[in-house]
Ligand binder design. Sequence first.
Ligand code: ADP
Ligand code: TRP
Length: 324
Amino acid sequence: MKILSGIQPTGRFHWGNYFGAIRQYIALQGHEQSFYFIADLHALTTVREPHVLRQNVKDAALDLLALGLDPQRATLFRQSDVPETTELTWLLMTIAQMHLLEKCHAFKDKKAKGIAADAGLFTYPVLMAADILIYDSTTVPVGADQIQHVEVTRDLAQRFNTIYGDTLHLPEAYVLDDSAKVPGRDGEKMSKSYDNIIPIFETPKKLGKMIMSIKTDSTSKESSKNPDTCSVFELYKLFATPEAQMTLTERYRAGGMGYGEAKQALYEAAIAHFETAFARRTQLETSPDIVEDILREGAHRARAKAQEVLERVRAACGLLAKPV
Ligand code: ADP
Ligand code: TRP
């Protein structure tokens, strides 16, 4: 399998990103090709402050490495370090039909709300297709919201192949398990757009405060409680062993336990779960050169493959395989 996925550096990674995506990327590393990149070019469609983008990219790299992305088993790089991708984006754009892009949800949603979209947002899926096709990727781990973009990638590859002959490989989406959408502090889906996130790397004090602010119902301490409708319990399940889940379920049902105690259990489980990652992140923070070297080495490996594919594509459409 030739795996490729990207994640946008648009804010601090949170528990939803971890359980819904990052943890699964890490589980998939070690294949014939395991490429993961920080999608800084895509982030430019929303992040317009240079210092914020720079910081977000640094944080994204630190977070991914601290959480277990292993540069020996996977290639981690910045999207913008592989300029071949933007060249392929243009070549794909020349064959991309307007109607295909008009139905893509990011653009469609904005248009429906009457918000003016720029060309970057409109052509976002073409850049994503180039990201995927430039490495001959076979397998693209994505959340359900990105399946449409992998379909567009397949359509573009197919159309290119029909026009210019067999050149690009059609990838498959590998849909990540987000069947249990991670709830945020307000009980809705955790997302940075809803201001309800719990960041992975937060100081214990702030983490404690955030956990204490998770919305619960007004059942009194004495009453029996239903774990199946409680966000605190839903989050606890992500961290706890089946035995620990059973113990807390019994305490919910028995009554006599306030939500504060359940939140304390969640806090302790989260701290224990991320303990190693915290230690690794603290260590990496003191050696920014190591992180930079990993990204540089990753880009080097990714570019070698990207150049090979781009030469094939350039030649297929009548350009010189390599510019003079
Ligand atoms: P956000 O919603 O905070 O903007 P992104 O859209 O950048 O997050 O998501 C990056 C990845 O994390 C995607 O693959 C997405 O499916 C996953 N993800 C984000 N939030 C959640 C959540 N609450 N539950 C499960 N997966 C999530
Ligand atoms: N659009 C993806 C997201 O928002 C990020 C992304 C960019 C991506 N290029 C990609 C994911 C290529 C998979 C493959 O989550």
